[in-house]
Design a protein around this ligand. Structure first.
Ligand SMILES: Cc1ncccc1-c1cc(O)c2nc[nH]c(=O)c2c1
Ligand SMILES: [Mg+2]
Length: 214
């Protein structure tokens, strides 16, 4: 059976990255995906926007929708303060073990819990099953059609508090028009747009930050 692209990314990280060094894992993935095989990691350019918003949020509890190979989980977790934690939801069973391994190589397994399944099934369990109170930061990077319904679900489950910061990837490409419509017309969100480019490409993309006003 041929290896998957994600397995090849893991092979490259395992061979080239410095164990326990998140920056070297990120650099290795960015190098591989810009030189060898494109993959849908948030990447280095949008990754800097993600870094800045995570630093602004300085979250105690963070949630990511869409783990993929763990690249953005590493970007987020490497900036978390000692007691802080990131929950990352991934529905593709092939990606979960690869992300776990890459996060382990980065030395961040203690700060990240990967939850396998669909966000709409796991979000309602975060309080009861995972002892989450409210979320300080949420990164939406799973499937554009789910950005709006899952944002509504987070609010309905009482997981957002005054000042919770949401950041969404791929606002332009592949695009999330329903989410933009929803979040920009919803009076309880304060939105900011960050123009950028699709990972590893010269194609236009953007990220949208939305602060929950309570
Ligand atoms: C896969 C793809 N092909 C061409 C252009 C863009 C994409 C693309 C890029 C991303 O950053 C994505 N992030 C989360 N989820 C996605 O499905 C996704 C898809
Ligand atoms: Mg993305």
């Amino acid at each position: 059976m041929d290896q998957s692209k994600e397995q090849r990314i893991l092979n490259s990280v395992s061979y080239n990255a410095v164990k326990g060094d998140p920056e070297s894992v990120l650099d290795c993935i960015d190098k591989y995906c810009s030189q060898k095989e494109w993959a849908m990691n948030v990447g280095d350019e949008k990754g800097l926007i993600l870094d800045n918003v995570v630093k602004e949020a300085d979250p105690t509890t963070a949630l990511e929708l869409g783990t993929y190979c763990g690249y953005s989980a590493i970007r987020i977790a490497r900036l978390l303060k000692p007691k802080a934690h990131l929950f990352s939801i991934e529905f593709n069973p092939e990606f979960v073990p690869i992300a776990k391994e890459i996060i382990e190589i980065a030395g961040l397994s203690d700060k990240v819990t990967i939850l396998e399944g669909h966000a709409q099934d796991i979000i309602p369990q975060l309080k009861s099953k995972y002892d989450v109170d409210t979320l300080d930061f949420v990164f939406l990077d799973h499937w554009k059609e789910r950005y709006a319904p899952d944002t509504i679900l987070l609010e309905e489950c009482g997981l957002l508090r005054k000042g919770s910061i949401l950041l969404a990837d791929n606002i332009i490409y592949p695009g999330a028009p329903e989410f933009l419509e929803y979040i920009r017309n919803h009076k309880r969100f304060e939105c900011t747009n960050y123009p950028s480019h699709l990972e590893y490409m010269k194609v236009e993309d953007a990220m949208e930050k939305a602060v929950y006003l309570g």
